[in-house]
Design a protein around this ligand. Sequence first.
Ligand code: NAD
Length: 247
Amino acid sequence: MLNGKVALVTGASRGIGRAISLQLAKQGAKVAVNYAGNEAKANEVVEEIKALGGEAIAIKADVANVTDVDAMVKETIKTFGSLEILVNNAGITRDGLIMRMKEEDWDAVINTNLKGVFNCSKAVTRQMMKQRFGRIVNISSVVGVLGNAGQANYVAAKAGVIGLTKSLARELANRNITVNAVAPGFIETDMTDELSEDVKQELLKQIPLAKLGQAEDISAVVRFLVSDDANYMTGQTLHVDGGMAMN
Ligand code: NAD
């Protein structure tokens, strides 16, 4: 399905990013596996892709850093010759109630989760415009739609990602570049591992499908959005949340 396409996935050494990388590789895409710090884990993803008969490289870059991002995009294009797919997945949390939230916690989350999407999208745009083809998928969150106490920084960033998605979709449509977002609900990854059993039970009550999501639930929808089946979709945010944000 994605034979001949090149994908760059940010924050791809574990969790949802890892699942997306493997999913796109299984469809035939060559994958640049971005990581911030854990080289060993990123290399494991590369090896998994190679074991499937695919092609992949690991690239270290902090998505919040423009110099890193520009170098990462250049390296991807130099290695594979083109760049059709960008998945902006890298993200962090620094939770806290507003009165106690430190400025650095606000800045770190906005810089990674929102500015990171801007940096990477900007960096790939020239190449995608030249190709007159591009598929950008941004990983937002259900809380970007619903809000969440104790996550003002994260929610502001994830809501910003939805607005950024719509603006870029309008701006880039005439070059056949689509920009969509996925808003996951509660997905079992390292990011959510620390939540107590009580919190998880409370969350379950808010999920109509009454189960937590898996990384593969998200990667399946990303695969759809970058496939030809979604050629006529842009500016959309798909909620993959067991029905959490229905209302
Ligand atoms: P995770 O913590 O397992 O993965 C996040 C990845 O991003 C990590 O590999 C991390 O190293 C990387 N990263 C962090 N800062 C980076 C930076 N500056 N530059 C490059 N990489 C960086 O979490 P996950 O659950 O797999 O989350 C993936 C995405 O999905 C995030 O954007 C997250 O906000 C979003 N999301 C997750 C959930 C969930 O329930 N797990 C729900 C909604 C949205």
